[in-house]
Design a protein around this ligand. Structure first.
Ligand SMILES: NC(=O)c1ccc[n+]([C@@H]2O[C@H](COP(=O)([O-])OP(=O)(O)OC[C@H]3O[C@@H](n4cnc5c(N)ncnc54)[C@H](OP(=O)(O)O)[C@@H]3O)[C@@H](O)[C@H]2O)c1
Length: 216
């Protein structure tokens, strides 16, 4: 039980060498079958969270398309409110509930620009979005389950604070390499193995050349 915050499921597709994108930001690692699995999972959660780099680089819709079911609320962590009006998220905000989370340092002109669109703007944190505050706010809005869909920088902030309750990772059959390619968890990292987040393997599922790992 996680108390008065939503349950967080970290979901990602990684290469065999632990990257979530190539050095140029290409992240199409998973198979159609895996996409269907992820979309089914999306339809069962209340919200999806991503970081602003993922919104910018992937320009995702974050909707349920490869399966049947409702679209979860889309939540973008964007401290300065920089998401572009031409992004797929903003263009579809009329149809899918969308929350942009900013911090107190977000410039007024960016907030005024976002105000023109059918978005909810939440303020949590001083300089960067404060995850703890955000999760409390979301819980009050009846958001009880969250799919955390990256990228590595945002994943780290959740892992660092022990706020990942479940992890579902698809290991795909690619070796992409690249010292600057983004990995599943970025940030400063832990110094010791003993202090690192340790999870428990619950299930392993094979999908042709991929394996899906379920940890809690
Ligand atoms: N394979 C997969 O499953 C998968 C999934 C998702 C993404 N990706 C890939 O991951 C790459 C992007 O990852 P990324 O690590 O560069 O960026 P990211 O995690 O998507 O976004 C990071 C940005 O989010 C903002 N942010 C707001 N609050 C934050 C907080 N509390 N903690 C951390 N960040 C916060 C920060 O910008 P501000 O300070 O301006 O707010 C930060 O720079 C892309 O190439 C994408 O394709 C792959």
């Amino acid at each position: 039980m996680v108390g008065s915050r939503p349950r967080v499921i970290l979901s990602a597709a990684i290469s065999l060498d632990g990257k979530i994108a190539t050095k140029t930001g290409k992240s199409e690692l998973s198979s159609k079958r895996d996409k269907t699995r992820v979309h089914k999972l999306r339809s069962k959660v209340d919200a999806i969270i991503i970081g602003k780099n993922t919104a910018k680089i992937d320009d995702p819709l974050l909707t349920v398309r490869y399966a049947k079911g409702k679209n979860p609320t889309r939540i973008i962590l964007d401290s300065c409110g920089t998401i572009l009006p031409r992004s797929n998220i903003i263009k579809t905000a009329k149809h899918v509930r969308t929350i942009i989370v900013v911090s107190k340092k977000a410039p007024k002109k960016n907030l005024a620009r976002l105000d023109k669109y059918p978005l909810e703007i939440l303020v949590a944190g001083q300089n960067q979005v404060n995850i703890k505050k955000l999760l409390n706010l979301l819980y009050k809005k009846k958001i009880k389950t969250i799919l955390l869909e990256g990228g590595g920088t945002v994943n780290w902030d959740f892992v660092r604070q022990g706020m990942v309750d479940e992890l579902i990772v698809t290991v795909t059959p690619y070796l992409v390499g690249g010292k600057d390619a983004i990995t599943l968890v970025e940030g400063d990292g832990f110094s010791d193995i003993t202090n690192s987040a340790k999870l428990k393997l619950q299930k392993v599922m094979r999908q042709n050349d991929e394996i899906v790992l379920y940890y809690i």
